[in-house]
Design a protein around this ligand. Structure first.
Ligand SMILES: [Zn+2]
Length: 306
C-alpha cells in the first residue's frame, strides 16, 4: 500500500529475535531502498543516524519504498553485547547465507534474505569500528558479485563524504550476501571504539540522505559526488597470530609503505613475539587499540592501492 509510514517490531519465526523497522511507502513511485544499522550492536553512529531518519522522514518526502532498520541486532544493543547476537553468540555478519532450520542467528540471516534483501533494490548498511577498534571513515562496495551489481555498488559508493572507497570480496555478511543475491549494497564505516558523537551522527545522516538523493528516494536536493576519493581495489584484514600485548605503529588514515612495520605483539614480560610488516602500499582503515589482543582476533586492516 502506498503513502504510509508503519513502525513495528518484526518477529523472526522460530526464534526469540525481533528487530525494529520503519517502512515508509512514499506518495510517488521509486526504488525500494533499505537503510540498516546495528548488525554489530555497539556500532552506535549508524544506529543513531537511522533513528533520526526514522523520526524525520514522512511518506510525502519519499519516492518508492524506504525501509529503515536502526538495530538489526536489537537484543545485542540493549544487552551491550559485542559483535555477536546474544541469543547464540554468533556474528551475524559471518552467518550468510542463512538457514531457516539453523540456530537463532542463521534463522535471522535467512529471514533477512527473504524479507529484506529480496524486497530491496539497494541496501545501505551502516557500521563503525568495534569496541576496541580505531577507524578512519570509509565505504565498501561489491567486488565479488555479478558485474552489473558490482558496477551499481561502486557507483553508489561515490556519494558518501569519505575519501576512501574500498572494493570488498567478502560474501558471508548482510551487505556482501546482498550482492550475491543481485542487490547492490554498500557499507559505510564511521566512528570507533564503541563511542558516538553528535558530529559523527550528523555526518552519517548527511551521507545517507545524499545516497538516498542519488537513488531518487529523496528529491530535496542534488546529490554531491566526492571526486577526490581514492579507490582501493583490495585490502588486507589481518588477525593476531598470537595472544599478547599489541603495540600499533600507525593511526587509522595513515599511509603505509610496503614492508613498513604496522605493529608488534609482545608477551606480558615485554619480550617481542611478532612484528607485522605491510604487504603492500596503502592506507590504514582500522586497527585494534586495546593493549591486550587474542590470537585470531582482528589486529589491523589496510586498503591496498592498485
Ligand atoms: Zn560492523
Amino acid at each position: 500500500m502506498e503513502n504510509q509510514k508503519v513502525q513495528h517490531f518484526v518477529e523472526v519465526p522460530g526464534t526469540t529475535v525481533s528487530y525494529p523497522e520503519t517502512l515508509i511507502r512514499g506518495s510517488r513511485p521509486g526504488k525500494r531502498v533499505t537503510v540498516s544499522a546495528g548488525v554489530h550492536s555497539r556500532e552506535y553512529i549508524g544506529i543513531e543516524a537511522v533513528i533520526r531518519l526514522t523520526k524525520e522522514l514522512e511518506q510525502d518526502q519519499v519516492c518508492g519504498q524506504l525501509r529503515l532498520i536502526p538495530a538489526i541486532n536489537y537484543s545485542g544493543l540493549i544487552a551491550r553485547s559485542a559483535d555477536v547476537c546474544p541469543e547464540d553468540g554468533e556474528n551475524l555478519n559471518r552467518d550468510f547465507p542463512g538457514d531457516p532450520e539453523g540456530g537463532s542467528t542463521r534463522r535471522l540471516a535467512a529471514f533477512l534474505e527473504k524479507e529484506v534483501t529480496a524486497d530491496s533494490d539497494f541496501l545501505i548498511d551502516l557500521h563503525s569500528g568495534g569496541f576496541c577498534e580505531a577507524l578512519t571513515p570509509h565505504i565498501y562496495f561489491h567486488g565479488a558479485a555479478a558485474p552489473e551489481v558490482n558496477r551499481q555498488s561502486e557507483a553508489l559508493s561515490a556519494y558518501a563524504d569519505v575519501t576512501c572507497r574500498v572494493r570488498s570480496t567478502a560474501k558471508n555478511g548482510f551487505y556482501s550476501y546482498a550482492g550475491q543475491l543481485g542487490v547492490p549494497a554498500i557499507i559505510l564505516e564511521r566512528g570507533d571504539c564503541g563511542l558516538w558523537s553528535e558530529k559523527e551522527v550528523e555526518e552519517d545522516l548527511a551521507d545517507v540522505k545524499n545516497l538516498l538523493r542519488y537513488l531518487g528516494v529523496l528529491e530535496d536536493g542534488v546529490p554531491c559526488v566526492r571526486h577526490d576519493a581514492q579507490l582501493y581495489p583490495t585490502g588486507w584484514y589481518e588477525d593476531a597470530p598470537v595472544s599478547g600485548c599489541w603495540y600499533p605503529a600507525k593511526k587509522p588514515g595513515d599511509p603505509v609503505e610496503k614492508g613498513e612495520v604496522l605493529g608488534r605483539i609482545c608477551d606480558i614480560f615485554g619480550k617481542e613475539l611478532f612484528v607485522y610488516r605491510a604487504k603492500d602500499r596503502g592506507k590504514i582503515l582500522y586497527q585494534t587499540v586495546s593493549l591486550g589482543i587474542e590470537e585470531g582476533s582482528p589486529m589491523v586492516a589496510y586498503a591496498v592501492e592498485g
